[in-house]
Ligand binder design. Structure first.
Ligand code: GLU
Length: 511
C-alpha cells in the first residue's frame, strides 16, 4: 500500500532508556528520513506502577544528544496531540467497549486473589494457569454471567477488566519485514487484559493499537521482544475492522552480551566497564547511578555510528557513516534476523575514529573545558594545536590531558625509569651544550630547530636517542610525548631553556 511513511518511537518511561531502545529510535528515524516520512515520539505511560519520574525527560534528552529529530510528538506537538498516553485516557474506553459489543472482548471480574488461588491450584497439579478459551467460560466473566449480573456488578463498583477473547484453534498468518512470514496457532495464546477499571486505563496492547491507528502509523519498527504480541495485534486490527489500515511490522534483533548468549544488560556493562545507557542516570527511588555514553566521553556521532551497525549492515566494508549517509543507505532488508553482539572495544574504536577526524578548532572547543578544570588558561589556538598533535593516541577527549599536559605545565617531577636511564654519564654535559645551541637559535620554528640541532648532533657524533631522550626528560619529565621539536616549538625558546635549567636545579644525575 502506498501511503505516507509515519513511524513512531513509543517508549515507556520506566527508567533510563537502554541502548537497545536508542537503536530502535535510530532505525525508526533513519527509515522515516530515508522515505521523507514523519518521526513520531509517543510516550506510553499507561502502566502507572512502573512509571519512573524523570524517565521521559531522559528519553527526550537522549534523542537530542544523538541527533534523532522528532517531527511530531511529546515536546513537539502535532496534529494528533496529545502524544502522552496518560493524557489520552478518555479515548480508549470507547474502543474497549466496541470490542465487547462486537464479541471480540469480554468483562472479567476475578480479583487478584482469586487468580492467585487458581494459579496455585494449577501449579499443585503440575500445570500452568492461562486465562484462555479453555477456562474463560468457567470464570466470572460476561461470557458466563447473565447480562443483568454483569450490569449489577459494574453498577455496584466491582472491579473489572476487559479481556480480549482470543479465538481458539485459529492460525494467524503474519508478515514481518525482517523475518518474513510467521504463523501462530491462537490456542497457544491467552486472553490479554485490554482495559482496567481500577485505574481507568488501557493496557499497552489496546493503547498501542488504537494510537497507531489514530496517529496513522504506517510502519511499526520495534524490538524483537514484541514479536510474541504480534498475533494479538493482528487480531486487534481485525477486530476493529482496520485490516486495510494496519501498519507493516519490523521486529529488530536483540542486542546481545559481549560474550554471546543473552540480552545485553546493565550488569554486563558494570562488569566489563561500558555503559548500556546513552546518558548518566540517577534513580530517583534508590539513588543508584548508571554510566552514560555522553558522560563517559563518547561523541554522539560515534555512538550513533556504532549503534547503526549493531543489527544493520550496508553490504560493503565501509564502517564510518555520518547520519546523512546512514539516512541515504538505510533499509530494513539489510537488518539481520539474528541478535547483534555488542563489542565494547568496537565502541571505543568508533570513538577513536571520530577523535582522529576532528578538526583543530573542534578539538579546541572540546578540550578547553578540561584544560580549565586543570587550571590551565590558554588560547583556543594552543588548546587545539596540542590536541591536534596528540589526537591519534587518544580515544576520548579526556585522554588528552595525560597526553598533552606537558605542553602547558612544566614538569615538577621526573619519571624514575627515564631519569635513571638518561640522567647520568655524559648526558648532563651534553644537555648543557645543547642548551647553548638552543639559546643561539633565533627562529625557533619546528623545522629550523630540528635542522640546527640535528646538524649539531651529527657534527659532534652524539647518539640521537641519547640526546633526544635527555631533552625529553627535561621538557616532559617522562618518556612519553610527541617528537621533541613539536614540544620546543609549542612552548617556545624561553620555556625550553627554563625547563632545561629546572632539570639541572632539581635532579641530581645518577652515578
Ligand atoms: N511501549 C513499548 C515499549 O516500551 C512500545 C512497543 C512498541 O513499539 O509497540 O517498548
Amino acid at each position: 500500500m502506498n501511503r505516507p511513511v509515519r513511524v513512531r518511537f513509543a517508549p515507556s518511561p520506566t527508567g533510563p532508556l537502554h541502548i537497545g531502545g536508542v537503536r530502535t529510535a535510530l532505525y525508526n528515524y533513519l527509515f522515516a528520513r530515508h522515505h521523507g516520512g514523519t518521526m513520531i515520539l509517543r510516550i506510553e505511560d499507561t502502566d502507572s506502577q512502573r512509571f519512573v519520574p524523570g524517565a521521559e525527560d531522559y528519553i527526550i534528552e537522549s534523542l537530542k544528544w544523538c541527533g534523532i529529530e522528532i517531527d511530531e510528538g511529546v515536546g513537539v506537538g502535532g496534529p494528533h496531540a496529545p502524544y502522552r498516553q496518560s493524557e489520552r485516557r478518555e479515548i480508549y474506553l470507547k474502543y474497549a467497549l466496541q470490542l465487547v459489543e462486537s464479541g471480540w472482548a469480554y468483562y472479567a471480574f476475578d480479583t487478584a486473589d482469586e487468580l492467585e488461588t487458581l494459579r496455585k491450584q494449577y501449579e499443585e497439579q503440575g500445570k500452568t494457569f492461562a486465562y484462555n478459551y479453555e477456562v474463560r467460560e468457567t470464570l466470572p466473566t460476561s461470557l458466563s454471567l447473565s447480562a443483568e449480573e454483569v450490569q449489577a456488578r459494574i453498577e455496584r463498583g466491582d472491579r473489572w477488566v476487559i479481556r480480549f477473547k482470543m479465538p481458539a484453534h485459529e492460525t494467524v498468518k503474519m508478515h514481518d519485514l525482517i523475518r518474513g512470514d510467521v504463523e501462530v496457532d491462537t490456542s497457544t495464546l491467552d486472553d490479554k487484559v485490554l482495559y482496567k477499571s481500577a485505574d481507568a486505563l488501557p493496557t499497552y496492547h489496546l493503547a498501542n493499537i488504537v494510537d497507531d491507528r489514530l496517529m496513522e502509523v504506517s510502519h511499526v519498527i520495534r524490538g524483537e521482544e514484541w514479536l510474541p504480541s504480534l498475533p494479538l495485534h493482528y487480531l486487534l486490527y481485525k477486530a476493529f475492522g482496520w485490516e486495510k489500515e494496519q501498519p507493516e511490522f519490523a521486529h529488530l534483533p536483540l542486542l546481545l552480551k559481549p560474550t554471546g548468549g543473552g540480552k545485553l544488560s546493565k550488569r554486563d556493562g558494570d562488569k566489563m566497564g561500558f555503559p548500556v545507557f546513552p546518558l548518566y542516570w540517577v534513580s530517583p527511588a534508590t539513588g543508584e547511578t548508571a554510566h552514560g555514553y555522553r558522560e563517559d566521553g563518547y561523541f554522539p556521532e560515534a555512538f550513533i555510528n556504532m549503534l547503526a551497525l549493531l543489527g544493520w549492515n550496508p553490504g560493503t566494508e565501509q564502517e564510518l557513516f555520518s547520519m546523512q549517509e546512514l539516512i541515504e543507505l538505510f533499509s530494513l532488508d539489510r537488518v539481520s534476523k539474528s541478535g547483534a553482539r555488542f563489542q565494547p572495544e568496537k565502541a571505543r574504536w568508533f570513538n577513536a575514529q571520530y577523535m582522529h577526524r576532528k578538526s583543530e578548532s573542534e578539538l579546541a572547543a572540546l578540550y578547553q573545558p578540561i584544560l580549565k578544570a586543570h587550571g590551565v588558561e590558554t588560547s583556543d589556538e594552543l588548546a587545539g594545536k596540542a590536541a591536534w598533535i596528540m589526537r591519534e593516541r587518544a580515544t576520548f577527549i579526556t585522554d588528552l590531558w595525560d597526553l598533552t599536559s606537558f605542553f602547558f605545565v612544566a614538569p615538577t617531577e621526573y619519571e624514575e625509569k627515564q631519569s635513571k636511564k638518561y640522567w647520568k654519564g655524559e648526558n648532563p654535559a651534553i644537555l648543557r651544550e645543547l642548551r647553548e645551541v638552543l639559546a643561539s637559535i633565533d627562529d625557533f620554528s619546528l623545522e629550523n630547530t630540528e635542522h640546527i640541532v640535528h646538524s649539531w648532533i651529527e657534527e659532534k657524533g652524539y647518539g640521537m636517542g641519547q640526546v633526544m631522550n635527555t631533552l625529553r626528560l627535561a621538557l616532559v619529565g617522562a618518556g612519553k610525548g610527541p617528537g621533541m621539536y613539536d614540544v620546543t616549538s609549542f612552548i617556545g625558546k624561553d620555556e625550553t631553556l627554563r625547563r632545561i635549567d629546572n632539570l639541572f636545579a632539581n635532579l641530581q644525575p645518577a652515578q
